[in-house]
Design a protein around this ligand. Structure first.
Ligand code: B16
Ligand code: MG
Length: 219
């Protein structure tokens, strides 16, 4: 039987993807690299350093910087990102998320967060969600980024539940891959064609329904 829900943060609980985009775009422009919203789609669920590598690749500039210089570029992007997320409030929760979380808690199920972001605690705090969740696993405490299942497996372990008893919710293809590799039931949010291996796909968070998810999970 179902014991827990494990959520992704960026793109599921709140739309920080837009802020990541603006901060990466500014950095890319500084480097003379064109970076579009479409390019940004490829970075969802991808770690900070891997995102930087992808952007440098776009501009054919991978070989132009040392490891130390790349760290500095990533740090610069993050400082900008932190200024952009300063004004996040509970009003920035994506549609229907608050209700879904209330339903999960009312049913006595556990609640975890599995994020590829090193800023997950800060964002969850600003959203007023930090104390609502039983556990939060962020990128600071895992070795392997998504699509590796580590972050979801760690979350299940910390919740004290088997992966099969967990439902993961993600907006990134890499994230859904991570959920499936962890042996969990995967709910995806986004365009259907992006998530061939998800168990259930919703076009947006507004359509998420606790009853429907449970029905499909229970088969
Ligand atoms: P940071 P998630 C991910 O968070 C984002 O989707 C991804 O775009 C971002 O690059 C990554 O976090 C790292 O974020 O620079 O804050 O450590 O979707 O897994 O919650
Ligand atoms: Mg995400």
């Amino acid at each position: 039987p179902l014991k827990a829900f494990i959520f992704d943060l960026d793109g599921v609980i709140t739309d920080t993807a837009e802020y990541h985009f603006l901060a990466w775009k500014a950095l890319a422009e500084d480097l003379g690299i064109t970076f579009t919203r479409e390019d940004n789609e490829e970075l969802k669920g991808v770690s900070r350093m891997d995102s930087l590598e992808k952007i440098l690749e776009l501009g054919g500039r991978t070989g132009d910087f040392s490891a130390v210089e790349k760290e500095a570029l990533a740090e610069k992007k993050n400082e900008h990102y932190l200024t952009l997320i300063q004004d996040i409030t509970p009003a920035d929760l994506l549609p229907a998320i608050k209700e879904l979380i209330a339903d999960i808690k009312a049913k006595g199920l556990k609640l975890g967060l599995a994020s590829a972001s090193k800023n997950a605690f800060t964002v969850m705090d600003s959203l007023g969600m930090k104390s609502e969740f039983d556990i939060i696993v962020d990128a600071k405490t895992v070795v392997n980024g998504k699509p590796h299942p580590e972050v979801f497996l760690r979350a299940a372990e910390m919740l004290g539940v088997e992966p099969e008893a967990c439902i993961g919710v993600e907006d990134a293809a890499a994230g859904v891959q991570a959920i499936k590799s962890a042996g969990m039931f995967a709910v995806a949010v986004g365009p259907k064609e992006s998530f061939e291996n998800a168990d259930l796909v919703y076009a947006s968070t507004a359509e998420l329904s606790f009853d429907k998810i449970l029905e499909v999970y229970n088969g």
